[in-house]
Write a protein that binds this ligand. Structure first.
Ligand code: ZN
Length: 122
């Protein structure tokens, strides 16, 4: 139960859903409004629904690995000024260093490189 990413858009935004019981807020936010911890291991999302809730996602994406890891990579690409492909590799190494490589969910991700459209959102 958390505020989690659902759908990514090429303009650097993402639909999120706050799925805690009694909430169900939704909204579309810029990926740049999410916050990566200094060591890139935790991602913070503020609920866009005005309820004041915040979610902190671990680097492995916990129960929702594919979309959460994709959000990590998109945010990382913005912060490091690298392509999606390069950020994906950085994220993979983060998991590897933590012994979490078996949780990596982006191996098969066939996605257009969104870096060009997200660099403006810094
Ligand atoms: Zn909410």
């Amino acid at each position: 139960m958390s505020i989690r990413p659902i759908t990514f858009y090429d303009d650097g935004t993402v639909d999120v859903l706050h799925d805690d019981p009694g909430y169900g807020c939704t909204g579309r936010i810029p990926v740049s409004e999410t916050t990566l911890s200094a060591d890139s291991s935790v991602l913070e999302i503020h609920c866009p629904g005005g309820c004041g809730s915040v979610s902190w996602h671990p680097v492995n994406g916990a129960a929702d690995p594919q979309p959460v890891q994709q959000l990590f990579v998109r945010r990382l690409a913005q912060r490091r000024h690298v392509s999606f492909r390069e950020a994906r590799e950085i994220h993979r190494r983060l998991l590897e260093e933590r012994g979490l490589l078996d949780r990596w969910a982006l191996a098969d991700l066939q996605d257009a490189d969104p870096a060009e459209s997200t660099k403006e959102g810094l």
